[in-house]
Write a protein that binds this ligand. Structure first.
Ligand code: GUN
Length: 279
């Protein structure tokens, strides 16, 4: 029997735990979300993050800046947030307008406040096994995997996608769980065959319904990070759910799988940042 992983329900539990810990700790974690421009998808994401943070007792604020803002002005804003003692987490929503260098902006955020875990220092800490803030989506995926499988030691994990936001940190977290990890990508030879070796298959490519049943080993656990608009206009993942799910031990749906975990982990990271900064 295939288990459909309920990410929405699991995320709710994580959010409740964060809320409880904030309540009993007496901490007042502060999160500032920075939105540059008015990309409609980014506006929705930012609104959801802000609302979710407030719901668990995080002191959240959103700073909206015009698309024409210069990089220097944006860096000045970030510097002020770095110095603000009430702000424990800073998140700059991506993508940024083309005239702004994303890497420069991300690396201007204090690593201790980098609740996205994108700063080069956090990436380096994570890879070398030091305390780090870890990107929210991969963190959410690992939590779902451990809930579905328990110990991941020795399992073959294949991650499709090598982005800095999902693929690379995901592979690193799986390695930390003692998986044998393969990172596959658009240049991988015979991708279906590589994927069919996986006990754990994580798809993070952004291609609607790319992963088919013949790519998946019987009894594998499949985590679908994709959020795409299919030809029918409906939301769908990188995995062809109807085709693949009968073969799997467990699989995340889209929507309602990984997506809700990303926000829950942002709240967790904000609490974590506040705990470390106030220690
Ligand atoms: N844009 C798409 N995903 C993300 C994310 O996880 N964090 C930020 N800051 N921007 C994004």
């Amino acid at each position: 029997m295939t288990k459909i992983i309920n990410g929405k329900e699991f995320a709710q539990k994580v959010r409740a735990l964060v809320a409880k810990e904030i309540e009993i700790s007496g901490l007042k974690p502060g999160l500032t979300v920075v939105l540059v421009g008015n990309d409609p998808a980014s506006e929705v994401y930012v609104r959801n993050k802000d609302a979710a943070a407030k719901e668990v007792g995080i002191n959240a604020q959103t700073i909206k800046l015009p698309a024409e803002i210069s990089q220097a002005e944006l860096l000045t804003k970030i510097d002020a947030l770095n110095k603000d003692k009430k702000v424990h987490g800073i998140l700059v929503q991506l993508p940024l307008p083309k005239h702004i260098d994303e890497k420069a902006v991300i690396n201007a955020i204090s690593p201790d406040k980098d609740v996205d875990g994108f700063h080069v220092i956090n990436a380096g800490r994570a890879v070398t096994g030091q305390d780090a803030l870890v990107p929210c989506t991969p963190l959410g995926c690992i939590m779902l995997l451990k809930d579905a499988l328990g110990d991941l030691t020795g399992l073959n994990a294949v991650v499709i996608g090598r982005s800095n936001i999902v693929g690379k940190p995901m592979a690193n977290l799986l390695l930390n769980e003692n998986c044998t990890v393969t990172i596959a990508h658009s240049k991988t030879k015979d991708l279906p065959k590589v994927c069919a070796q996986a006990d754990i298959l994580v798809a993070a490519v952004g291609k609607p319904k790319m992963v088919k049943a013949n790519w998946v080993k019987e009894g594998a656990v499949v985590i679908d990070v994709g959020i795409n608009r299919g030809p029918d206009g409906k939301l769908c993942g990188d995995v062809d759910f109807e085709d693949v799910s009968p073969k799997t031990k467990a699989i995340t749906p889209v929507p309602g799988g990984v997506g809700p975990m990303t926000i829950a982990c942002l709240l967790k990271n904000t609490l974590e940042a506040a705990k470390r900064l106030e220690k």
